[in-house]
Design a binder for this molecule. Structure first.
Ligand code: DC
Length: 224
């Protein structure tokens, strides 16, 4: 069984997907971390992210391992645990650039399909229900007001000491800009699959969103 959860940054999809996977005893896969990994490795190698050939070369050669742990998904690049570095703003920016490159998407989509083949997977991203697994058993599209999404991202960065109090409006702008890039790119743009269930999370708690999703997946089950 494959459960696809797509949506823009700050819609809550990663947090929700992680909890849903845990409740169902499924594997959680955060596909955004794969694009982030390529951006991270390219920056480490001082490669310009716009240099498609060089970035593709890096993507071919880089070993990306996603490891499930109690705290969530850990990311190892060529055996180095880089999980904590992936949420930095420079990586978010870089991931949006490399994610628009067709060859990178092809490599990542192949890896994601291989991971999904194992079954019992909750996969979150932007194109899981539309491109990676159009036949997914259940598809959800999470969305929220852009200001609220920016606020959530701000809190997340502040907790990691990667933002200060004055950064809120800048972060909202950055979230909106990246969304526009994700929605308007030519290949695999962020959009709701026709058969995906839309959940507006603006006024919902994480718990409420998780409950909605679990109820839809297991309609007969009262408690998990
Ligand atoms: O979910 P995230 O913020 O970690 O994603 C990082 C970037 O990668 C973001 O710009 C969207 C892109 N992405 C994508 O294009 N397709 C996916 N399946 C997952 C993420």
């Amino acid at each position: 069984m494959i459960i696809a959860i797509d949506g823009p940054a700050g819609s809550g999809k990663s947090t929700v997907a992680k909890i849903v996977a845990k409740k169902l005893n499924f594997r959680y896969i955060d596909t955004g971390s794969m694009y982030r990994s390529i951006a991270w490795k390219s920056l480490q190698k001082n490669t310009a992210l716009e240099d498609k050939e060089a970035v593709a070369n890096i993507a071919f050669k880089t070993k990306i391992e996603l490891v499930s742990s109690e705290s969530g998904q850990l990311v190892f690049i060529d055996d180095e645990n880089i999980t904590d570095q992936l949420k930095m703003e420079i990586i978010s920016r870089g991931a949006a650039i490399v994610a628009a490159q067709p060859i990178i998407r092809e490599i990542m989509t192949t890896k994601q399909r291989q991971l999904g083949k194992q079954g019992k997977v909750v996969m979150d991203g932007r194109d899981i229900g539309t491109v990676v697994f159009p036949q997914a058993d259940k598809k959800f599209f999470l969305d929220a007001d852009p200001k609220e999404r920016g606020r959530r991202r701000f809190i997340e960065l502040k907790e990691k000491k990667q933002a200060s109090d004055t950064d809120l409006s800048i972060i909202i702008e950055q979230v909106i800009q990246r969304d526009n890039e994700d929605r308007n790119r030519k290949i695999a743009p962020l959009k709701q699959a026709k058969d995906a269930i839309l959940i507006d999370t603006t006024k919902l708690s994480i718990d409420q969103v998780v409950k909605k999703i679990i109820t839809i997946i297991n309609p007969g089950q009262k408690k998990i």
